[in-house]
Design a protein around this ligand. Structure first.
Ligand SMILES: [Zn+2]
Length: 121
């Protein structure tokens, strides 16, 4: 199942069950999961964000590394290094190289740990 499909599943699970204008504003909306409130969109976002880490992707910047080796002349900068796309793989200036799937798994684990650390502080 793609990430898009999984997001869709979260939003289908947490879709509108009922809306009753006769009730007080903070009790008018009921979700299929049983949640009752006034901000269904906020509820959708909360449910998605409990499962998925969402970050703003950094913009690629033109790199000054050897472009012949790196046919994509862009890099993505992070505090401890830079990442490049080389022949379909993700490479870093510190040495490691990952397939796109492996890079996503590493990034997801790092993001999950950051979320947990933030929840404990
Ligand atoms: Zn819900």
């Amino acid at each position: 199942m793609s990430l898009r499909d999984e997001f869709g599943q979260v939003f289908r699970t947490h879709s509108l069950r009922t809306w009753d204008s006769r009730k007080p504003a903070d009790e008018q909306t009921e979700c299929r999961c049983g949640w009752v409130g006034a901000d269904l969109l906020g509820h959708h976002l909360d449910q998605a964000l409990t499962r998925f880490g969402v970050v703003e992707l950094p913009k690629p910047v033109l790199t000054d590394v050897d472009v012949d080796e790196c046919e994509d002349p862009y890099e993505f900068r992070a505090p401890w290094g830079s990442y490049f796309v080389v022949r379909g793989s993700v490479e870093s200036d510190s040495g490691p190289s990952w397939s796109p799937a492996h890079a996503r798994l590493e990034a997801a684990a790092l993001l999950a740990a950051a979320n947990r650390a933030e929840s404990q502080s």
